[in-house]
Design a protein around this ligand. Structure first.
Ligand SMILES: [Zn+2]
Length: 268
């Protein structure tokens, strides 16, 4: 039995890229010391597939929500729809949701409206909001500030690659940030510079697999067993020791995803 050394806070294990070897991928994660994963819902219509993986595995949890790319699939999504899914015992967050103006796969006003529905569900359920944001810094900051003024909610800016100003405004609202394999990419110095300035007690770690495999796995399909490379890079960027990096990010993780009981293996 390996120690539970790592957490992968953002996986997409229901993705078709894992259809051939999903079980083996989960086993490899455990063998690498990943004792906890959150399987992220990318569209409400996929929720059953996302949730089934959490139901079948004690160390995997799930979220409920619709990615901004898919917002057009549920333009009339309601807070009640999300709250009904959030009642399931292994749902620990709302999302991923947000704004993505890089691809604009859904019209911007639809993305924004669907995002605000997720915010309301996070506020009403007390669950953290898992936010995806890309090339939408001004809109995102403005929506977060407006919504926060209506009532507080917990939020995570996942796989953060946006600007300093949005990071600063989100941090002022108490946001958490997650670091992915992008931090290892040679061209991503701007991302590393922002990681240096993130609030130390609000940083968590993810793979976002099957996407964004970290160096030295870049170009391959990503999987949770690769998450140690992200921890290593975060430690290097922040000048933290290995144990300190794990303890600090795990404390941050359990404060954010507080519906997950903290397992013995992750005791302080
Ligand atoms: Zn995302």
């Amino acid at each position: 039995m390996v120690d539970h050394l790592y957490i992968d806070s953002h996986v997409n294990l229901h993705a078709p890229q894992f259809d051939e070897d999903r079980e083996a991928t989960i086993v490899r994660a455990r063998e690498a010391g990943v004792g906890l994963m959150i399987n992220i819902c990318d569209r409400v219509s996929n929720f059953d597939a996302v949730y089934a993986i959490a139901e079948q595995n004690a160390d995997i949890w799930a979220t409920a929500g619709t990615h901004p790319h898919e917002a057009k699939e549920n333009p009339d999504l309601t807070v009640a729809d999300l709250l009904a899914l959030a009642e399931k015992p292994k749902v620990v967050g709302i999302g991923e949701c947000g704004l993505d103006f890089h691809y604009d796969y859904s019209p911007r006003d639809v993305q924004a409206a669907v995002f605000r529905v997720h915010v309301a569900a996070a506020r009403d359920s007390g669950l953290p909001l898992v936010v995806h944001t890309r090339e939408a810094d001004d809109w995102m900051a403005q929506i977060l500030e407006e919504e926060h003024a209506r009532g507080a909610f917990k939020l995570l800016l996942h796989c953060y690659t946006s600007g300093t100003e949005l990071a600063r405004r989100a941090a002022a609202l108490g946001a958490w940030f997650s670091v992915s394999g992008i931090a290892t990419f040679k061209a991503a110095q701007d991302v590393r510079d922002i990681i240096k300035d993130m609030p130390a007690d609000k940083i968590i770690v993810e793979t976002d697999c099957p996407y964004l495999a970290p160096i030295p796995m870049r170009g391959r399909r990503n999987e949770p067993a690769f998450v140690p490379h992200v921890y290593e890079k975060l430690a290097e960027i922040r000048g933290w020791g290995r144990d300190y990096t794990r303890h600090t990010t795990h404390d941050a993780f359990f404060r954010l995803f507080d519906r997950i009981p903290r397992p013995e293996a992750y005791a302080v």
